[in-house]
Design a protein around this ligand. Structure first.
Ligand SMILES: CC(C)(COP(=O)(O)OP(=O)(O)OC[C@H]1O[C@@H](n2cnc3c(N)ncnc32)[C@H](O)[C@@H]1OP(=O)(O)O)[C@@H](O)C(=O)NCCC(=O)NCCS
Length: 436
C-alpha cells in the first residue's frame, strides 16, 4: 500500500478500498467504486454548500484562514495594496505576473480606451424605473452587453477571451456610475480618459457643472485600495456562479451577470450594509457593552465579525482601517467609527469572541468608509462588483482552459416519492406540501 492513500472499509460489505490522496484531497469519483452490489450506483459524497469540497484547481488566490493570509498569485495583499494600483493588480490576477512598465502602460491604455458604452446601453438603462436598485440595473445591463458583443460567445478562442476581458473591466465602472446617476435622477457622465481607473469612476459619479472633475487624491487612492482588496477571493459564492454558468460555455457577459446576481444577495455583498445598520442601532459608544452582552446571549450577531474561512483577523480589515483614517481626514469623521472602534476593542478581549475565533472581517470598516464618501447603501454591492469582475474573469479564463473541467453538474440525494402511477384529476385530493 502506498503512503499517500486512504484505506476505507465499507462495513456494509466488509470490503476494503484504497483511495489515493493528492494535494491533500481525495477524488470524490474514487468513492463510486464503493458498492454493495453490482447494480448499486456507488457511494457519493454529500456536501451541501461545498463546505469541504474543492471544485477546481486554481493558481490565482491563496487564503490561509487560520493565519489570516490572503495572496494574489503569491503576493501578500498588504504589499499589493501598498505598492500597486488597481489595474496593476488586475493584470497580475489575470495574467499571473506583475506587468513590466511597458505592459502596464499598454494595459492601462487598453482599459482606459474601452470605458465608453454603446449609446443604446445608455438608452437601455434610461428605461429602468426611477427608483430601480443600482445592483439590479448593473446585473441587467451586464447581461444585455452580451447582445452587443455576440462574438463573445467564442469562449474557446483566446483572442475573443482577451477582448471580452478588457471590455468588461473597462465598462463595469461606467455602468455602475450610470446606475448610480439614474437612481439619483442625474444626467450620466461620460468617461474621462485622462483620469485613473478609480479617478474616472469618481468623476462619472460626482461630476456636476465643472468642466473637468478633479478627484481628491486621498479618496481616489482609497477607492483604488478598496478595489485591490476586493479583486478576488478564490471560490466564493459569486465566483462559483461565474464558473458554473461559464462551464456551459455561456459568453462571459452572461456569466458575469450571473456572478453579479450572486453578489446581490445580502449574505455575500450585503454584510457591510448590515454593519452600518447595527452601528446606527447601537447609536452611542456607551451602549456597546450592553450590545455585546446581547450578542453573547444569542440575540443576534455582531455583524462584520467572523468569516467562513478566516479564523483570524481578516488581512483586508487591517488595510481598510488604515485607508479609512485617510478618508476621514478628507470627509470628516463618521460618527459611527467611534462606535465601531469601541465594539472592536471590547469584542477582541472578550472570551466569547476569542473562543469562537471571531475577528473583524473586510465588511466591518468598508461600509463606514463608503458612507463617509457619500455612497448610499444600495451602491455597496455595486462597488464590490467592479473590482470583483477581475477575479471572476480570471477564474473563468482558468476554468475554460482547464482540461479537468466539464459542465458543472452536481449530484443529488433524491428524497422524493418512489415511482407511483398517474392519478386522474377527478380522483385527486389537494395535498400540496407547501399548502397552508
Ligand atoms: C460570516 C459568517 C456567516 C460565517 O459563518 P460560519 O463560518 O458558517 O460560522 P457559524 O455561523 O457556524 O458560527 C459558528 C459559531 O460562531 C458564532 N458566531 C459566528 N459569527 C458570529 C458573529 N458575527 N457574532 C456572534 N457570534 C457569531 C455562532 O453563533 C456559532 O456559535 P456556536 O458554535 O456557539 O453555535 C458568520 O460569522 C456571520 O454571520 N458573521 C456576521 C455577518 C458577516 O459579517 N458576514 C460577512 C462575511 S464576509
Amino acid at each position: 500500500m502506498t503512503k499517500d492513500s486512504l484505506a476505507v472499509t465499507d462495513n456494509r460489505t466488509g470490503r476494503s478500498y484504497e483511495i489515493p490522496i493528492s494535494d491533500g484531497t481525495v477524488h470524490a469519483i474514487d468513492f463510486r467504486q464503493v458498492k454493495t452490489s453490482d447494480d448499486d450506483f456507488g457511494l457519493m459524497v454529500y456536501d451541501p454548500a461545498f463546505t469541504n469540497t474543492a471544485s477546481c484547481r486554481s493558481a490565482i488566490t491563496y487564503i490561509d484562514g487560520e493565519r489570516g493570509i490572503l495572496e494574489y498569485r503569491g503576493y501578500p495583499i498588504d504589499q499589493l495594496a501598498e505598492n500597486t494600483n488597481f489595474l496593476e493588480t488586475a493584470y497580475l490576477i489575470l495574467f499571473g505576473e506583475l506587468p513590466t512598465r511597458d505592459e502596464l502602460d499598454q494595459w492601462t491604455h487598453d482599459i482606459t480606451y474601452h470605458t465608453y458604452v454603446h449609446e443604446n446601453i445608455k438608452k437601455f438603462m434610461e428605461g429602468f424605473q426611477y427608483d430601480a436598485h443600482p445592483m439590479g440595473m448593473l446585473v441587467g445591463t451586464v447581461a444585455a452587453l452580451s447582445t452587443f458583443y455576440p462574438d463573445a460567445k467564442h469562449v474557446d478562442d483566446a483572442r475573443s477571451r482577451e477582448i471580452s476581458t478588457g471590455r468588461l473591466i473597462a465598462k463595469m465602472p461606467t455602468i455602475a456610475a450610470f446606475a448610480y446617476r439614474h437612481s439619483r435622477g442625474l444626467p450620466y457622465v461620460y468617461p474621462d480618459n485622462d483620469l485613473s481607473y478609480a479617478g474616472n469612476f469618481l468623476s462619472m459619479l460626482w461630476k456636476m457643472t465643472e468642466p473637468k472633475y478633479r478627484p481628491d487624491p486621498a479618496l481616489e487612492r482609497a477607492v483604488d485600495i478598496l478595489f485591490i482588496l476586493h479583486a478576488d477571493h478564490e471560490q466564493n459564492c459569486s465566483t462559483n456562479a461565474m464558473r458554473a454558468v461559464g462551464s456551459s460555455r455561456a459568453d462571459p457577459f452572461s456569466a458575469t451577470a450571473a456572478a453579479a446576481a450572486a453578489l446581490y444577495g445580502p449574505l455575500h455583498g450585503g454584510a457591510n450594509e448590515a454593519v452600518l445598520r447595527m452601528l446606527t442601532e447601537i447609536g452611542d459608544r456607551k451602549r456597546v457593552p450592553e450590545f455585546v452582552k446581547r450578542v453573547k446571549a444569542g440575540e443576534g450577531r455582531l455583524m462584520g465579525f467572523g468569516h467562513r474561512v478566516y479564523k483570524n483577523y481578516d488581512p483586508r480589515a487591517t488595510i481598510i482601517k488604515r485607508a479609512a483614517d485617510e478618508v476621514f481626514q478628507v470627509t470628516g469623521r463618521n460618527p459611527l467609527l467611534d462606535i465601531a472602534l469601541e465594539l472592536e476593542r471590547i469584542a477582541l478581549q472578550d472570551d466569547y469572541f476569542i473562543q469562537h475565533k471571531l475577528y473583524p472581517n473586510v465588511d466591518f470598516y468598508s461600509g463606514i468608509m463608503y458612507q463617509a464618501m457619500g455612497f448610499p447603501v444600495e451602491m455597496f454591492p455595486v462597488l464590490f462588483a467592479i473590482p470583483r469582475t477581475v477575479g471572476w474573469l480570471a477564474q473563468w479564463r482558468e476554468m475554460v482552459q482547464d482540461p479537468e473541467q466539464k459542465i458543472a453538474r452536481p449530484r443529488q440525494v433524491f428524497t422524493g416519492p418512489a415511482r407511483r402511477d398517474f392519478v386522474p384529476i377527478e380522483k385527486r385530493n389537494s395535498r400540496r406540501e407547501d399548502a397552508a
